[in-house]
Design a protein around this ligand. Structure first.
Ligand code: SF4
Ligand code: SF4
Length: 234
């Protein structure tokens, strides 16, 4: 995935889409106060400068599907591992809830279920049947909407064709009104994500930790600091 910080307006459409697509329970006020709110993707907000010249910066943060994932090596039961597509996946019915993985993740994107998930009626009748409802006592996180990936692969296989670039869209990517999020196959050198990941604006989150994230960020372009040689990337 590529995330263009220059395009993100902080609208949170991706957050809501993820919540709905992946059957995350509502984050009611007391859950937020208790710091137990769950959002598989969150928008971090940073302020630069002083009023009246303050600027808000937004950064969507989700599981980075690290190539060297610290969460995988600490799991005693192999509930989280790398699948053949390069995704960091979670086997819910294998998880025993030690939370070692959540403590090891430097991006704080793993969530422990302290309670059984609940939805007020009639929201309990609109859950996504393609996504497992996770029970109390296990850890969960972003899957890159693996159910969408698998469905697209099955359909392409049935039709005897490869999956086209851009054919798979996780819910957050589909919902983003500014196309700040782009999803694709980094192993395909012709894909949009491969092209964008070579941008001069590209960087990885907490790169110095050596986690080899599968998400590339494109840095914000501040018009007041752009010189004529700097790439805008659009
Ligand atoms: S971001 Fe965290 S949960 Fe995701 S693969 Fe990396 S260490 Fe694991
Ligand atoms: S939907 Fe797009 S623009 Fe809105 S917060 Fe998410 S990434 Fe940013």
């Amino acid at each position: 995935m590529v995330i263009d910080a220059d395009k993100c307006t902080g609208c949170q459409a991706c957050v809501v889409a993820c919540q709905s697509e992946n059957n995350l329970a509502l984050n009611e006020e007391n859950r937020v106060i208790e710091r137990r709110a769950k959002t598989w993707i969150r928008i971090e907000r940073y302020w630069e400068g002083e009023w009246p010249n303050a600027k808000a910066r937004f950064l969507p943060v989700l599981c980075q599907h690290c190539g060297n994932a610290p969460c995988e090596t600490v799991c005693p039961v192999w509930a989280t591992y790398h699948n053949p597509d390069g995704l960091n996946v979670q086997v819910y019915n294998r998880c025993i809830g030690t939370r070692f993985c959540a403590n090891a993740c430097p991006y704080s994107v793993r969530y422990f279920n302290f309670w059984e998930p609940e939805w007020p009626s009639p929201m309990d009748r609109q859950l996504n049947p393609d996504v497992t409802v996770r029970t109390k006592g296990i850890v969960e996180k972003c899957t890159f909407c693996i159910h969408r990936i698998n469905r697209t692969k099955r359909e392409a296989n049935r039709d005897g064709r490869p999956v086209a670039d851009g054919e798979v869209e996780p819910a957050c990517v589909q919902a983003c009104p500014t196309t700040a999020l782009v999803f694709g196959d980094l192993n395909d050198s012709d894909s949009k994500v491969s092209e964008l990941s070579h941008s001069k604006r590209a960087y990885s989150l907490l790169d110095s930790l050596g986690t080899a994230p599968a998400i590339t960020y494109l840095k914000k372009v501040d018009p007041s600091h752009v010189d004529e040689h700097e790439e805008h990337g659009h």
